[in-house]
Each structure stands twice: as C-alpha cells, then as structure tokens.
Design a binder for this molecule. Structure first.
Ligand SMILES: Cc1cc2nc3c(=O)[nH]c(=O)nc-3n(C[C@H](O)[C@H](O)[C@H](O)COP(=O)(O)O)c2cc1C
Length: 312
C-alpha cells in the first residue's frame, strides 16, 4: 500500500501523524514522535512567551467523548525553534510542523516570520480556532478579520507550505464564505476540524460542570463529533479541492475511521486524543489497520481512496 504523501514540496513518509495537542510539548515528547512510525511531527501550538495550564479539572474523558480546556500551555516559540533543530539533526527525513496560534496581531506575525525563516521547520499550521483561551475569540468565525489576517500573512512572503486550522462550521453557507476567503490566497492545506468549542457537560450528582475553566465551557470531542468533522472535510473539499489539500483530524480511533476520512476528501490525517491515550504505538496500530482494511477492498494507493465516496 502506497501511504506516502506530498504537501507542496514536503514529503511525508506516511500520511498519518500527530495533531498539535497531547504529548507534543517537550523536546523529549517530540523526539519520541519523530522516532515512531508517525509520518511527521506536529509541535504544540505556541505563543511568544511560555504559558501555563488552565486550572484543574480541565480535561475529562469517557468512552464516547472528551471535554477539555487546557489553555494552550506551551514553552514559548523560541524553545520550539530549538526543539526543531534537535529533531532535524536526529531525524532529517521527517517533516516538522510548527503550530502558531493567534493571540494578537503583533505576536502572530512575529511567530509566523520566525518559523518561516527557520531552516528546520518544514510546514506552518496556523491555528485560527482555539476555543479555550479566556477572552479570545475563535478567529475563524470572524470572516472579515480572517480575510485581513490572511492578506497580511501572505504579504510576509511565505514560501513554506502553510495551512489554517479551522473550527467546525455547521451551515454550508458559512463553509462557503470561508472557502471563498481561502481561495483568494495560496493556502496549501486546511486542518479541519478543531473541537466543537464552548460546550457544557454537567454532573447531576454534584450539580457542577465537569471542568473548571471558562464557567465550565470546553472543547468537545467524541463519537458525536466525527460526523461533523466528516461533513466539514467533504464540504471544504467540494468547494476548494483544486487549491487545497485537506488534512483531517477528529476522533480517529482506528484504521476504518482513517478510511472514511480519505473517502470524504482528507489527504493527510492527524491523531490527537488517541495519541494522548495510547502514546506512539497508535501510529503503527492505526496504519496497519488501515492498510489491512483498504487492501481487503482492493486498494493499493491512498490516492485511489481520497474523495472516492460513492454517490447514493
Ligand atoms: C488535550 C488536548 C490539547 C489540545 N491542544 C491543541 C493545541 O495546542 N493546538 C491545536 O491546534 N489543537 C489542539 N487540540 C486539538 C487537537 O489538535 C485536535 O484538533 C483534536 O483533538 C481532534 O483530534 P482528535 O479527535 O484526534 O483528538 C488539543 C486537543 C486535546 C485533546
């Protein structure tokens, strides 16, 4: 089975790798990903200075879903430049993805420039969709501001593959509005979707929310979110397929989930929660489950599956 993938000029030995989030904050964690069968290494979303965790409890997971409000804890972008240098030294053939998060315009452009100019980072993923920073909006729900930001980003002279991590959209009209903005710029990929933001889960026994930050509101993941993610991949692919490769992420638990997301239009997939739970073994497990399933259906290359959802 042919499972390598190209993003602009960057070669991924496998199209399955980690999402920015669990287990990618420290240099040790990042080197462990690089040494596994993950096809690339996504680093934790970073800010100009280091950030601490939101107060506990901030992450609750059961079988069918998880809710979290971590607050983007990270070591600050200068550390991630150092970590990227060490990863590249030890693993020169694995692409490194820097995840840059929007807090305020000045910082944002500083970070994008720093990673663009760095010789070790291969890909820029710009997170326009974090729902868990108190007082900060999910910028990709503000179409006008997103358009202005993209205009300013591309004016910086970006040459590396660059993509934008988006929140879920629930109406095709909104998806189309975002797709029309993305089409105006040389966007190489989108990552969809980030969590369903600002959801509330209540424990009726204690009469309290399950997590503490932001009045109990947090990003929701789970089996219920997978159809939302699939729909976003399909809608975006239909609207911008000729310009953008979609990376998908969202509640992949096994190889068949991966197969479904390729059918919907994803070209690369990122694992978040399952990686948090199982550590790097999940990359090998999910890859071999996928290969077994896809081969049993007669496929020998992922390109035969992508956007191959049959019409009813
Ligand atoms: C504990 C945790 C921390 C996360 N932190 C980030 C982050 O720093 N940056 C980001 O873009 N997404 C973050 N995410 C979202 C994941 O990257 C991913 O979009 C999401 O979890 C869906 O993938 P999954 O279903 O495989 O978990 C986080 C998710 C979790 C569960």
């Amino acid at each position: 089975m042919h499972i390598s993938q190209t993003l602009k000029t960057v070669e991924f030995p496998s199209f399955i790798f980690n999402a920015s989030g669990p287990r990618c904050t420290t240099q040790g964690e990042l080197l462990k990903i690089a040494g596994s069968s993950a096809g690339g290494i996504t680093m934790k979303s970073c800010s100009p200075e280091a950030r601490q965790w939101n107060p506990e409890p901030r992450y609750i997971e059961v079988d069918m879903w998880s809710i979290n409000s971590m607050g983007l804890p990270n070591h600050g972008y200068k550390k991630y430049l150092e970590y990227a240098a060490e990863i590249k030294k030890q693993f020169p053939n694995k692409p490194i993805i820097a995840s840059i998060v929007w807090f305020c315009p000045e910082d944002f452009f500083l970070l994008i420039k720093a990673f663009q100019e760095d010789k070790n980072v291969d890909v820029l993923e710009v997170n326009l969709s974090c729902p868990n920073v108190v007082g900060k909006p999910q910028i990709a729900y503000d179409f006008e501001t997103t358009d202005e930001l993209l205009q300013q980003i591309f004016a910086l002279g970006i040459t590396k593959p660059i993509g934008f991590k988006l929140p879920p959209y629930f109406d095709p009209v909104h998806t189309e509005m975002m797709a029309n903005i993305l089409k105006k710029y040389p966007v190489d990929f989108i990552t969809c979707i980030n969590s369903v933001g600002n959801t509330l889960i209540i424990d009726p026994e204690t009469e309290q929310p399950l997590i503490a930050p932001k009045w109990g509101l947090g990003g929701l993941w789970g089996d219920y979110v997978k159809p939302v993610a699939l729909a976003n991949v399909r809608m975006f692919y239909k609207m911008i397929w000729d310009k953008t490769k979609i990376i998908w992420c969202g509640w992949i638990k096994n190889g068949i989930d991966v197969f479904e997301h390729l059918l919907a239009g994803a070209s690369l997939v990122q694992l978040g929660t399952v990686f948090g739970k199982e550590d790097t073994d999940c990359f090998e497990r999910i890859e071999s489950e996928f290969i077994e399933y896809a081969s049993s259906k007669g496929y020998s290359d992922i390109s035969e599956i992508i956007w191959n959802l049959k019409e009813l």
